[in-house]
Design a protein. Structure first.
Length: 268
């Protein structure tokens, strides 16, 4: 999946970079409460608000974006984003614990073996969208380059497992990785299952960092007052403390990913 997303991202980035359709300048300056027209007679709106979802090579994120047109080529962007970063080594497991009346094997609750923390992010970013090519008609595609940067707040939530207290009883307890309980935490035969969203919210660790993203957008909306776009992009994040996601992975501060996303919104 990671390879496919990387291939799609860089293919579309190169395609957008060599687009030949030149943008038509806007006549006049953007106004606050009324629309303008470019020289092709197309409506141009000074403001927009949209939301989107990205599938990353290492997770996902969702975002809200406010745009204000600066001139005929540039639109200032203000973005708030939430997401989750995962390790490529994550694999869900479930242990068989019995057989039902019909002979079907039933298992424990799914869990990710060796997962130490769940890594969320909240980001605030500002940037710009640069218009490369306008739509020739309503069936055309507007091509833009996008670049943003800002702050990223990493949030680590301990990953809990339900495990048997010992092999001689059915008593269970909930544990997370502490470094001192590695043998118990990594004993696959001792794991009853994961706990989902139930545990760890009172033990959040906040890690500040920096964030940057570059990409291309392809807007196919039939009406100029709407936003319907595909975005391909790449982003980097640097945190001021080490981030540990898996027990057997070296903690790190820098993360890089490629993304494909959908964006929908309104202009006015």
């Amino acid at each position: 999946m990671r390879t496919i997303l990387l291939s799609i991202t860089f293919s579309m980035l190169f395609a957008g970079a060599f687009a030949q359709n030149n943008p038509a300048p806007i006549v006049g300056k953007p106004a606050k409460n009324y629309l303008l027209y470019n020289r092709d007679g197309q409506e141009v709106y000074p403001h927009e608000f949209s939301g989107g979802f990205r599938l990353n090579t290492d997770g996902w994120n969702a975002f809200l974006e406010l745009g204000h047109r600066k001139n005929e080529l540039f639109t200032n962007l203000y973005q708030f984003e939430v997401g989750e970063t995962k390790s490529p080594k994550e694999r869900k497991s479930a242990n068989p614990i019995g057989v039902d009346f019909f002979g079907n094997v039933y298992t424990t609750h799914p869990y990710v073996y060796g997962k130490q923390n769940i890594f969320y992010q909240m980001r605030l970013a500002i940037g710009q969208r640069y218009l490369i090519g306008t739509k020739a008609n309503k069936n055309g595609v507007e091509v833009s380059a996008v670049y943003l940067g800002g702050l990223s707040m990493g949030i680590l939530r301990p990953y809990y497992l339900q495990v048997y207290v010992d092999s001689s009883s059915n008593a269970t307890e909930y544990i997370h990785y502490t470094g001192n309980n590695e043998t118990q935490f990594l004993d696959a035969y001792n794991i009853l299952g994961g706990t989902g969203l139930q545990k760890g919210w009172d033990q959040l660790k906040w890690v500040p960092g920096l964030y940057a993203r570059v990409g291309m957008r392809f807007d196919w909306a039939a009406f100029n007052s709407m936003v319907s776009a595909v975005e391909v992009s790449a982003s980097g994040q640097y945190y001021f403390q080490d981030i540990a996601i898996m027990v057997d992975n070296q903690p790190r501060k820098f993360f890089f990913n490629a993304s494909v996303g959908l964006i929908f919104g309104k202009k006015w």
